[in-house]
Design a protein around this ligand. Structure first.
Ligand SMILES: Cc1cc2nc3c(=O)[nH]c(=O)nc-3n(C[C@H](O)[C@H](O)[C@H](O)COP(=O)(O)OP(=O)(O)OC[C@H]3O[C@@H](n4cnc5c(N)ncnc54)[C@H](O)[C@@H]3O)c2cc1C
Length: 387
């Protein structure tokens, strides 16, 4: 077993860490306060080549793997989880397109996503159903020259910024009342008549990441909008979610690492009872527990990414990484607030942002409950849940 990253992976990690420290971290608090997607900063990620990491060279990519992308996402998340999430959703969208798209779809949409000049979105969730993907009601019906999509999506990341291009949209395509509902994934470009984005939600965290409802009102797309095959879209969307889960695990890992670092620094600096906080054994215990959780999370997250690249990852490893990393992200951010005392409760203190940002990670992209169901099922338990 080799727990070391390769020299190239370490260099990549250091490059992204350096950029994140200089260009992202100093602006993270302001971006959280302003709640506006930082287009220029995201474009810089593209210029640095970060958004190109896992894509094939023919689309402008670097031809590296999930692990390299995950290492970059972790470093961005140490500075700002909100930007890390935006990045990873767009990358996950591009990866589904790369894997299942036609040559025309890839040639048209991938290069800008790869360059970080465009953002992609994955539109699954609806107002009345999130975990229960079989209950989505957005419907696509065949028309003379393609399909007409009608319905609504909720809480979708990345669809409404000035550089948003496509939303991979899941819509039911089986006959109404069919025994088994089937879905198709459509590439819906921004600007398609009948497709519109609502106002951004006011959110507890991820404030500089764009999240909106999407509306499809007789939205007309051609046959060339179908990603993969008709009626196989749910499987494709789940593949996209699974990819995103590895990256989301690294988003929480980065945030947990940042929480730990800030806690150690603060404990060494804050004076209390004639010494520093860090000399108090109960603070030491808290910090030690945080460190163990971060390390255990890192092992699960790196293993999931690495197995993904080897082609050996099963749903179990992905679910374990997503479940554990996002849960400990919240636990470690909470402990960081405790170490910071009253200051940790203030909006201006970074750890309070970490706490708010990570809260959605145990809900989005398959909640902790859903991940536990997947793990239990993989162990042979009779789990009655379609997902
Ligand atoms: C900021 C933000 C960004 C998002 N971005 C996207 C995006 O880009 N694309 C997208 O498609 N979606 C996105 N989502 C939606 C997100 O993925 C869903 O909120 C999530 O999947 C949960 O669905 P739900 O909100 O409908 O909750 P529900 O499915 O209604 O679940 C409610 C609660 O019940 C639990 N639960 C559900 N089913 C079971 C079960 N069988 N057993 C036990 N417990 C269960 C859940 O764990 C949860 O705690 C985003 C959400 C937010 C808030």
């Amino acid at each position: 077993m080799d727990f070391e990253l390769t020299p190239d992976q370490r260099r990549l990690q250091e490059l992204v860490a350096d950029f994140a420290r200089r260009e992202i971290e100093p602006h993270a608090e302001r971006m959280d306060r302003d709640g506006v997607f930082p287009t220029a900063l995201f474009r810089q990620l593209g210029e640095l080549g970060i958004t190109a990491i896992p894509f094939a060279p023919e689309y402008g990519g670097m031809g590296l793997g999930t692990l390299e992308m995950a290492l970059a996402i972790e470093q961005i998340a140490i500075a700002d989880q909100s930007l890390a999430v935006t990045t990873m959703v767009s990358i996950a969208t591009g990866l589904i397109l790369q894997r299942f798209g036609s040559e025309e779809q890839k040639a048209r949409w991938l290069p800008d996503l790869v360059k970080g000049q465009a953002l992609g979105a994955l539109a699954g969730t609806e107002p009345q159903a999130g975990s229960d993907t079989a209950s989505f009601t957005t419907r696509a019906t065949p028309v003379a020259d393609g399909w007409a999509i009608n319905g609504q999506k909720a809480y979708i990341t990345n669809a409404g910024t000035e550089i948003s291009t496509i939303a991979l949209t899941l819509a039911a395509t089986s006959e109404p009342g069919a025994d088994r509902k089937s879905f198709t994934l459509f590439v819906v470009p921004r600007g398609t008549p009948g497709y519109s984005q609502g106002e951004p939600y006011r959110k507890m965290g991820w404030r500089s990441s764009d999240t909106r409802p999407l509306y499809y009102d007789d939205c007309r797309v051609g046959e060339d909008a179908i990603l993969g095959k008709v009626n196989e879209g749910r499987h494709l969307l789940h593949k996209g979610y699974q990819q995103a889960r590895v990256f989301l695990a690294h988003c929480s890992l980065g945030l947990a690492e940042a929480s730990l670092r800030r806690s150690v620094a603060y404990a060494n600096e804050r004076k209390a009872f004639g010494g520093t906080l860090g000399k108090l054994q109960m603070i030491q215990e808290m910090v030690a527990q945080m460190a163990v959780k971060v390390d255990a999370a890192r092992l699960l997250a790196y293993r999931a990414a690495w197995m993904g690249d080897q082609g050996t990852a099963t749903i179990r490893e992905l679910a374990m990484a997503k479940y554990y990393c996002t849960e400990i992200g919240s636990q470690v951010a909470d402990a960081a607030i405790q170490v910071h005392g009253g200051w940790g409760f203030m909006d201006d203190c970074a750890v309070s942002r970490y706490y708010r940002d990570n809260r959605i990670c145990t809900i989005g992209d398959g909640s902790s409950q859903i991940q536990q169901l997947l793990i239990a099922r993989s162990l042979g338990l009779d789990v009655r849940f379609e997902g």
